[in-house]
Design a binder for this molecule. Structure first.
Ligand SMILES: Nc1ncnc2c1ncn2[C@@H]1O[C@H](COP(=O)(O)OP(=O)(O)OP(=O)(O)O)[C@@H](O)[C@H]1O
Ligand SMILES: Nc1ccn([C@H]2C[C@H](O)[C@@H](COP(=O)(O)O)O2)c(=O)n1
Length: 241
């Protein structure tokens, strides 16, 4: 199924000059639970195919950072909803250098803080937050040519996406990958933390994490990152034939 080119802006730069080796308007939706490999896979696919890359989780994190910086009680959905229009959030979509700016400041590191990680699920559950970021995400998708990763991309944000992938991995593998990423002695992302976030993401009333209709499920537990990227690239090329 092909994406119908819309009128939205094509924000961000291409990682390669010239036309990608696939339909220039393709939209690739990558969903899955925390730590399943969405960001790494989506970036690798975008890089390989000369497409843009959008990290929607970073947008939810930027919204959360703004709430924390402005002393908004993130446990109070009405308080969060009241200021949802205020943060200016901008995503850079080059897969070699994805960025996230909040009110014109680079917050790429700040959005990964433990405080933001602890608060983001509550903020992401507020319907007004989801609606604002849904509109923003569709602007970025624009005429396509993009790999978009998150929790509701194939189900809500871009249900017409040409290729939909749902990534999973065993909780133990996900926790081990996170620890490897964070380095020796890190307490980052225990299995329990990941399962807690899975539960919150999946039980959310608005746009819960689900396996989208028409998606291809890839259990990445036994595959290297390069193997998963290659599998998704093949799906995109097959869709193009
Ligand atoms: N197939 C794989 N094999 C081994 N390690 C992988 C694989 N895919 C991703 N990783 C590693 O696992 C870690 C988590 O991956 P990544 O950040 O892409 O997950 P994510 O689903 O985007 O997580 P989150 O939703 O929390 O942002 C990274 O260190 C990444 O390099
Ligand atoms: N499309 C999306 C993307 C992300 N979220 C939520 C889920 C997480 O709690 C949080 C941060 O995402 P991450 O950076 O860990 O991928 O944002 C969502 O609800 N919908």
């Amino acid at each position: 199924m092909r994406w119908s080119p819309g009128a939205g802006p094509s924000t961000g730069s291409r990682s390669q000059i010239g036309f990608p080796p696939v339909d220039a308007h393709v939209v690739v939706a990558v969903d899955g639970p925390s730590g399943s490999g969405k960001s790494s896979t989506a970036r690798g696919v975008a890089r390989t195919l000369g497409l843009r890359y959008l990290d929607t989780g970073a947008q939810f994190r930027a919204m959360t950072l703004w709430m924390l910086d402005h002393d908004v009680d993130v446990a109070d959905p009405a308080a969060v909803a009241a200021c949802v229009a205020e943060p200016r959030i901008e995503s850079g979509t080059d897969p070699d250098d994805p960025t996230i700016d909040l009110d014109d400041a680079d917050v790429g590191q700040a959005v990964r803080s433990d405080d933001v990680t602890a608060a983001v699920s509550a903020v992401a559950s507020v319907p007004e937050v989801r609606q604002r970021l849904l509109d923003l995400q569709r602007e970025y998708i624009g005429a396509g040519g993009i790999v978009v990763e998150g929790r509701d991309i194939g189900s809500v944000v871009a249900p017409e996406a040409g290729v939909k992938v749902y990534l999973t991995a065993d909780p133990a593998a996900r926790a081990a990958r996170r620890r490897a990423e964070a380095g020796e002695g890190s307490t980052t992302a225990s299995e329990q933390d990941l399962l807690r976030r899975d539960h919150i993401d999946s039980s959310r009333v608005t746009a819960p994490l689900t396996r989208p209709d028409g998606s291809v499920h890839i259990d990445t537990t036994g595959f290297t990152l390069a193997e998963v990227v290659a599998q998704v690239v093949t799906l995109v090329k097959d869709d193009d034939d």
